[in-house]
Design a protein around this ligand. Structure first.
Ligand code: DGJ
Length: 733
């Protein structure tokens, strides 16, 4: 890894073994781009790729030189000075001008990577990452723009963000401040996004890039089920195993925009950042604004290769502290078993059976506080309900601990019911517009987390419950999208800040709780997977993936989620059948086999299943304990997409390629046909792997493939509806 500066050509070259990124100071002083892609030799000058040419209806910065912003690849473009494509930012001056010309002043190259104040971000040591900060100045407004680029040593990822500093005299307004722009010389890519809705989160959607703009966005106040802040550009021929793929991940949990624009010259511009339509930020003299981070990863080993880049990046450089790269505890959650209708005895009964099965952590879900007997009341009152918890959280946690289980519980700190003591005491603490009706979602209103006093109050309430009890885990839920986003009492000029300040408040509360209780494992949740984003993973290393726990649907949801997020982060539980969402009765074997490729657990009353099923549960838990690191932290290769056939397959391979776990799940059987061969991936071609009674070379398994018939798949059948296997492969010594 290195970052070189070539003074005479004014070029920066960021590179490691895999990628190169070449930037330069353009003839007008603004920052342009010369190359992004596979690693190339370092060289003093790459300016031969710059287009200085005449073209009709083009605005030239320098007519003599034929230099135009429109014709060249830009780094962080503004609109209005000759570049007509999507802009990265817009700074408004006191006189109403929206034009900026940020000119190179100086730069700094250093080992390591600075934190982003109040924001989640990747991190690394001086040996692991290097950073380039380029300072540019707009002489008229007096503002500084600092563009930051960090390159990691062992992975092909560049982290980017921007900072605006008002060092002038004017009162400025940032009307748009995206985090990154990447211009590419051709647009022969497909765009891949991960969209869905409640219960069907992160389904891959491929869109052909044509002339014009395509985008995904969230304006719901959270990253959302509908769109995920992770997108991929892939070449048409790119498969799971080979070909170029570029991924863009926004390390942020609020409103966002991710957009691709192919212009009529065939060039492609990707921009990503805070959604500009729900954002504006006044910058008084002396103030500054830092955008969240965008991560750009590039793979030549196909889509699975790109996923592995992000999986490792998040595990090694985003998840922090005690839970970094640690096996996730096998948990048992009571939500689907009891909803809010429980007594302490019932909870202890459920926990006891969990302990017998081998579970490690019990999680008490919604309903333990205030008057919370249904979803119309109680939210915001973080005081134990004495009828349900007679000895408080402490008493229950201690009883669960005495059984040999760790204990955790559920919170939804950002919300309030109208029927709650908190709302009665502080009706002005919600996001709402005075004089207008506030929309409700699940009978709840959204607390105004842009107000520090609200965050402070909730922190104190939660701190009291947590500090008294032996708590190992917290599930932080968020069950509605934001509407009527207005902060009561805030100056009108600052209302455009509220969506972003809300998220900063969420991050602040997370950070305070993490600091106070560093060993607590946080799991984020938003009505299932409505906040599955890289920003959250910085605070909560795992995320509840979906409220849809049906074994078949989970195959799709977890498969889609794995494109952008590591298996260690995907909260996945086995629940009862018939499934509460789909009515399907997927056998326990398949439900477990799917869930074990995740932060594994159960969400049912194990007292209510048959003895045979309970034996299978015990086997599953023992299996997960034995192979947990391989399941949660192995190198993942997706082999067969459930979006293409009614069968899914993937394999997780250990770093030394000596062990692997192959999963095959058949949703719908096809009768009377020859078994297909499944080509495995990621194995060592030279190794002989033991698979049940048989052994095969890695090259055989990857080139010839494994016939999907019982004789080759020891243990169980996969030729029936909802049949599934997880097979262990071990290299012979
Ligand atoms: C939505 C979550 O996704 C569920 O798992 C559960 O915690 C409920 N909220 C509780 O209200």
């Amino acid at each position: 890894m290195n970052i070189t500066w070539h003074e005479t050509s004014k070029q920066f070259h960021l590179y490691n073994d895999r990628i190169s990124y070449v930037l330069y100071v353009q003839p007008n002083g603004e920052l342009g781009q010369l190359y992004y892609g596979k690693r190339i030799h370092d060289k003093k000058d790459f300016r031969y790729v710059v287009q200085h040419q005449w073209k009709a209806l083009t605005s030239y910065f320098d007519m003599d030189n034929a230099f135009s912003l429109e014709l060249n690849l830009q780094e962080y473009p503004s609109f209005g000075s000759g570049d007509y494509d999507a802009e990265a930012f817009c700074l408004v001056e006191e006189n109403g001008s929206r034009i900026s010309n940020f000119i190179y002043q100086e730069h700094r190259i250093y080992e390591g990577k600075a934190e982003l104040p109040g924001l989640p971000a990747t991190y690394g040591t001086a040996k692991e990452v290097m950073t380039l900060e380029v300072t540019l100045k707009d002489a008229v407004s007096g503002a500084l723009l600092i563009l930051s680029y960090s390159i990691f040593d062992r992975t092909s990822v560049i982290a980017r963000h921007a900072e605006f500093r008002n060092v002038g005299e004017q009162h400025l307004l940032l009307d748009r401040a995206l985090s990154a722009c990447l211009d590419l010389p051709d647009a022969d890519y497909d765009w891949m996004q991960f969209s869905g809705s409640w219960g069907r989160e992160r389904f891959p959607v491929i869109r052909k890039i044509g002339t014009g703009t395509i985008a995904i966005e969230s304006r719901r106040g959270h990253s959302s089920q509908n769109a995920n802040p992770f997108v991929i550009l892939k070449r048409k021929e790119t498969s799971e195993i080979q070909g170029e793929a570029i991924g863009f991940s926004f390390v942020y949990s609020g409103n966002f925009l991710a957009q691709a624009q192919k212009n009529t010259d065939g060039r492609l511009r990707i921009v990503m950042g805070i959604h500009p339509e729900t954002f504006s930020w006044p910058l008084a003299p002396g103030e500054s604004f830092v955008t969240p981070e965008v991560l750009i990863g590039r793979s030549e080993e196909g889509l699975s290769g790109l996923s592995r880049i992000f999986h490792h990046l998040y595990n090694d450089h985003l998840v922090r502290g005690y839970w970094q790269n640690r096996p996730r505890p096998i948990l048992l959650n009571n939500w689907e078993a009891t909803c809010m209708d429980f007594t302490q005895e019932r909870i202890l009964d459920i926990a006891k059976k969990g302990k017998e099965a081998g579970v490690e952590l019990f999680v008490l879900d919604d309903g333990w506080f205030g008057a919370r007997d249904d979803d119309r009341r109680g939210l915001g009152d973080w005081v134990e309900n004495p009828k349900k918890l007679p000895q408080g959280m402490k008493g229950l946690a201690e009883k669960v601990n005495e059984m040999g289980l760790k204990f955790g519980f559920w919170i939804e700190p950002e919300m309030v019911n109208e029927d709650s003591d908190l709302y009665r005491a502080h009706p002005d603490w919600i996001l709402s517009v005075p004089g207008r009706k506030s929309s409700l979602g699940r009978w709840q209103l959204v607390l105004d987390f842009s107000k520090p006093e609200v965050v402070e109050y909730i922190y104190d309430m939660l701190y009291r419950v947590i500090k008294d009890a032996p708590i190992s885990y917290i599930k932080w839920d968020m069950n509605r999208s934001i509407s009527e986003c207005f902060s009561i009492g805030k100056d009108p000029a600052h209302q455009g800040e509220v969506y972003h300040r809300y998220i900063l408040g969420v991050y602040d509360l997370y950070e305070r709780l993490r600091t106070a209780f560093p060993e607590i494992l946080f799991e984020s949740c938003s009505s299932g997977g409505g906040r599955f984003d890289a920003g959250m993973l910085y605070y909560a290393p795992q995320a509840w993936c979906s409220d849809n726990t049906d074994g078949e649907d989970r195959c799709l949801i977890q498969y889609g989620t794995s494109f952008g997020y590591p298996i260690s982060s995907i909260g996945a539980h086995v629940s009862a059948v018939p499934n509460q969402q789909t009515g399907r009765a997927v056998p326990i074997r398949m439900r477990g086999n799917v869930a074990m490729f995740g932060a594994f657990g159960y969400e049912l009353d194990l007292n209510e299943i048959s003895d045979d099923e309970f034996e299978i549960v015990k086997e599953q838990i023992a299996f997960v304990k034995e192979h947990r690191m391989l399941l949660q932290y192995g190198d993942l290769y997706r082999l067969r997409s459930p979006f293409e056939k009614a069968q899914a397959a993937w394999i997780s391979v250990s770093g030394d390629r000596k062990e692997a776990l192959l999963a095959v799940h058949t949703m719908r059987a096809t009768v009377n046909h020859l078994p297909e061969r499944l080509k495995l991936a990621g194995l060592d071609p030279e190794c002989l792997y033991q698979l049940g009674e048989n052994s095969y070379y890695g090259d055989e398994l990857m080139e010839v493939g494994l016939p999907m018939k019982d004789a080759c798949l020891p243990g169980y059948r996969i030729d029936q509806d909802d049949s599934s296997v997880v097979l262990y492969l071990k290299a012979q010594a």
